[in-house]
Ligand binder design. Structure first.
Ligand code: F6P
Length: 536
């Protein structure tokens, strides 16, 4: 691997300064660097990757044994080695297959749980399951990280299909979050879903207690208006939630990969079981493509190779995800956890130091809003930021088709502007046409130069249906898998979040004044003292 990596770095140096636009002198460039499958089009022609670079990158898939690793994941091998677990979120959506974990077909259990979720969701939507005050009008999903970001993102994305009760999401331990959400709700017609894989996460358990106390003021038996999504039946039962409203899953579902099963219950309640099944099918179709398509046509692989090219080879440290789709407003936040918690690792599988950089910083906002906020830096800042555009060809507002056209025009214009830029000569011409001359013309022109030659990719789909959303999320999940497999890291653990949790637990008594904070550094102690003084 090191050889191909070195070859790629050496090759990139020889082509770093060339013009991406010039690559289009080969008239096969646009089609040759576009892949299509299952209704998705991935255009990576506006990057500095050429055939030689792509060949080397595809070689990484071979030397790193990515196909064998992929097959190990799909067949339930314990590829999450640091936690000794299989990684089988794909089993939550591939409902027709048999997948054995320690000799047991786990798909049978998945199907049974899905059936129970559907029965509950449809009972609730139809008013057969009610709150003390009648039909459930509001759902409050209490969870954090993977127990929040997926359903929260998808519930916004699926607004055109939302015909169930209103859905709210509480994640932050900041009491402001739950206070603001509960303020407008009627406890007698609210269902609280406590979503936590472990059922120990302090934020979630604290918010769950707060919600129970809120409900207890108006509802005789609050536990009847609670449901739980967790791997721990013991803990959900200790919290007092009846087993009929507990939807379990296994530890082979990682938190950030869990929205396909019980953690997706709020989404299912929002849009109904049939739409949820279409969402699962979209992901299953992407799984099938990932398993069967040649690497050169394989969307997750190509997305991953573009990521490796930009981050580890070209040295661009961040990537912007820019959905031209208002309803994907939370996709960047969702992908931050998916990508950064998965591939933000500094140690290889064998425990050695990673010889290259880990995954990039992922960030973004929907277009066109981002254009009026941070695109200035993307176009004229000193660092290159690869941009990943997503756009649907059709919206859901037929009366507003002209707005959708404007949206798409903006999306295409941005990737064009990033690549083509504006030269000093063109900028000078514009300034001259405004009557400027000499040094002042030159000075003003220089501010209006766009260096261009900035890479971007565009993912196009027809319309953001449940099926398409499932495909997009699975596409990114597998992209993360491929990047992690190439780097030789474990994409499925998250030890990096543990230290802060432990220290927060130890600091609580210091803030309460019950402990002195022996061994704490002076900065931390001084900040803690300010808290104590303000709350004395
Ligand atoms: O702290 C990180 C994390 O463990 C995530 O990986 C996970 O999605 C989140 O916390 C929530 O965990 P749980 O679902 O167990 O409450």
């Amino acid at each position: 691997m090191q050889n191909i990596f070195d070859d790629l770095i050496a090759y990139q140096k020889t082509v770093a300064d060339r013009s991406i636009l010039d690559l289009f002198e080969n008239d096969k460039r646009a089609g040759g660097f576009t892949a299509e499958a299952g209704g998705f089009v991935f255009d990576y022609s506006k990057t500095n990757m050429d055939e030689r670079a792509r060949e080397l990158l595809l070689g990484l898939l071979e030397t790193q044994g990515v196909a064998a690793k992929r097959d190990a994941m799909f067949s339930g091998q314990p590829i999450n080695e640091t936690e000794g677990r299989a990684v089988l979120h794909v089993a939550l959506r591939d409902l027709d297959r048999e997948i054995l974990v320690e000799g047991v077909n786990v798909v049978a259990e998945v199907r049974a749980t899905l059936d129970r979720m559907e029965a509950f969701a449809e009972d609730l939507r139809a008013g057969r399951y009610t709150g003390q005050g009648g039909k459930i009008t509001d759902i409050v999903n209490i969870g954090i990280g993977g127990s929040d970001l997926g359903p929260a993102m998808a519930t916004i994305a699926m607004a055109p299909f939302h015909d169930g009760p209103r859905c709210h999401f509480v994640s932050n331990v900041d009491g402001a979050h739950i206070a603001d959400v509960l303020k407008g709700l009627n406890p007698q017609t609210t269902l609280v879903i406590v979503a936590s894989k472990t059922f120990t996460t302090i934020e979630t358990m604290t918010n769950a207690e707060t919600a129970r106390a809120w409900m207890a003021k108006d509802v005789a038996d609050p536990a009847k208006q609670f449901a739980a999504l967790s791997t721990s039946a013991d803990k959900t039962s200790a919290f007092g939630i009846d087993a009929s409203r507990v939807f379990g899953f296994e530890d082979w579902v990682g938190g950030r990969y869990s929205m396909w099963g019980p953690i997706g219950l709020s989404l299912m309640i929002a849009m109904g079981a049939d739409n949820f099944r279409a969402f699962l099918k979209g992901a299953a179709d992407m799984d099938a493509h990932f398993i069967s398509a040649d690497w050169a046509e394989n969307l997750p692989a190509l997305l991953a190779l573009t990521g490796i090219w930009h981050n580890q080879i070209c040295g661009y440290t961040t990537r912007a995800v820019l959905p031209y789709e208002q309803r994907l407003a939370r996709l960047p936040a969702y992908l931050q956890q998916l990508e950064m918690e998965s591939n933000g690792k500094r140690v290889s599988m064998d425990g050695g130091d990673l010889p290259y950089h880990s995954g990039p910083v992922v960030w973004g906002e929907p277009g066109t809003n981002g254009q009026h906020a941070f695109y200035q830096l993307i176009h004229q800042g000193t660092r290159v930021i690869p941009c990943e555009f997503l756009v649907g060809l059709r919206g859901f507002e037929p009366d507003l088709a002209h707005q959708h056209l404007l949206l798409v025009a903006n999306c295409l214009a941005q990737s064009e502007a990033l690549m083509v830029g504006r030269s000093l000569a063109e900028a000078t011409q514009i300034m001259r046409s405004k009557g400027l001359e000499g040094d002042e013309c030159d000075r003003q022109a220089r501010h209006r130069v766009f260096p261009g030659n900035r890479p971007s990719t565009t993912l196009v789909y027809d319309q953001l249906t449940p099926h398409v959303l499932g495909g997009i999320v699975a596409l990114y999940e597998h992209r993360v898998f491929v990047e992690g497999a190439i780097l030789g890291i474990n994409s499925y653990d998250q030890w990096g979040v543990e230290l802060g949790k432990e220290l927060a637990l130890a600091l609580s008594p210091v803030l309460e004044g019950a402990a002195e904070g022996a061994g704490k550094d002076p900065s931390t102690l001084s900040l803690a003292a300010r808290f104590k003084a303000a709350n004395a």
